[in-house]
Design a protein around this ligand. Sequence first.
Ligand SMILES: NC(=O)c1ccc[n+]([C@@H]2O[C@H](COP(=O)([O-])OP(=O)(O)OC[C@H]3O[C@@H](n4cnc5c(N)ncnc54)[C@H](O)[C@@H]3O)[C@@H](O)[C@H]2O)c1
Length: 421
Amino acid sequence: MKAMILGADGYIGWPLSMKMANAYGEVVVVDNYATRRLVADVGGISAMPIGADLKERAQRFEKHYPGKKMHVIEGDLKHPAFVEALIRKYKPETIIHLAQQRSAPYSQISTTHALYTQVNNVSSNLNLLFAMHKYAPKAHLLKMGSMGEYGTPNIAIEEGFMDIEYKGRKDKITVPRMGGSWYHQSKIFDSYNVAFANRVWGLRATDVMQGVVYGNRTAEMIDEGLLTRLDIDSIWGTVINKYCAQLIALKKLLIYGKGLMTRGFLSLEDSISALFLLTENPPAEGEYRIVNQLDRTYNTYELAEKVKKIGEELGFESTFETVENPRVEKQEHYYEVVHEKLPSVGFKPKHSVDGQIREIIKDLDRYRSVWIRKKSLLMPNVYWNRSENSEASKKEAWLYRYITKGFTGKPPELGAEGSPG
Ligand SMILES: NC(=O)c1ccc[n+]([C@@H]2O[C@H](COP(=O)([O-])OP(=O)(O)OC[C@H]3O[C@@H](n4cnc5c(N)ncnc54)[C@H](O)[C@@H]3O)[C@@H](O)[C@H]2O)c1
């Protein structure tokens, strides 16, 4: 099997799965619907309809793209026996690992939420590394990290590695990490674990330090049934997507603090193209490659100005409202990111942020009946400096059971595609 996509029911995973199935004819797609459940846990919902489950989405895809096949496997990557069975059966050449708890605010709600995030992310990744070592040692792992692993240092962020000279001696070291949430800390653990698997087993891997993704459409979404999830609440949404929802529902854009926090951004479709290109141009056997994946940087105030202006053109008036920054982060800082590896394999971003903002606003307006009743969730309610944010989620006992469930009992079946035995 050429490609396996882990986390295929997600925001990035679904459009990437469609692109890969079209390119390679067939793909294996895996998910346990954790994001659907955890978004529901805080009262949220995808602002665009995404159907009942991955099987239904795959059937619709196959109907619209005759001759292309998605092998759907439902299961939890926290379960080592399940991951082993998966890799042993399909022996993929490329494994794209997106299957993680990816909300920084969610990880900050309470001890249980931080625990869930780190247990889910670190254990699933470890299971995958061991299974690859055993059953697909030559495969290419494309692991989604985050630009947030680096933090905001007062020097340029090199692409993974940097030369240093210290007390008269020289070396090449990995760029230091300083995560901004328990979620980002889990990504840092993962990066070090992937690098270790490379050193001891020679595992071939690309660790993608991905910037913030925005947008909601890709070329493959030729029918409403093929849309991807779009989160707009304060816990699960990313900043541009959230501003667009605030514009429509609140008629005001919520600026965190001074709004001068700067990050790297990339549109959804450009992100998909970049991941596809990295699959087509893998690292050498035994190589561990780090790629900084972004188009360009913006501060959050600049982005709000864009959303306000484009909103006006589309008939949506809004004002700015400054709110306490719920995050603990530098409000003003230097930010420069080196990103040369993607251009070196032919990557050219195609989508302007303005064009994407226009599309998001139009779609959020089209699907307002799906999400507008949830508009109270647009206000931030998880604060980094509080020890508990209980109003955000009252279901900790449930979450605790959910953490442990993945490890215990019989491994999930590989379903119609075969059994793990
Ligand atoms: N969206 C962004 O802006 C962004 C930015 C930087 C990095 N990333 C990274 O990219 C990846 C994908 O992000 P996304 O926005 O598509 O997130 P998402 O939450 O929409 O998708 C992740 C998918 O993984 C699944 N999943 C989680 N844990 C699982 C498990 N134990 N077993 C099986 N499936 C599991 C979820 O159900 C979900 O469908 C994540 O690793 C995220 O950290 C995303």
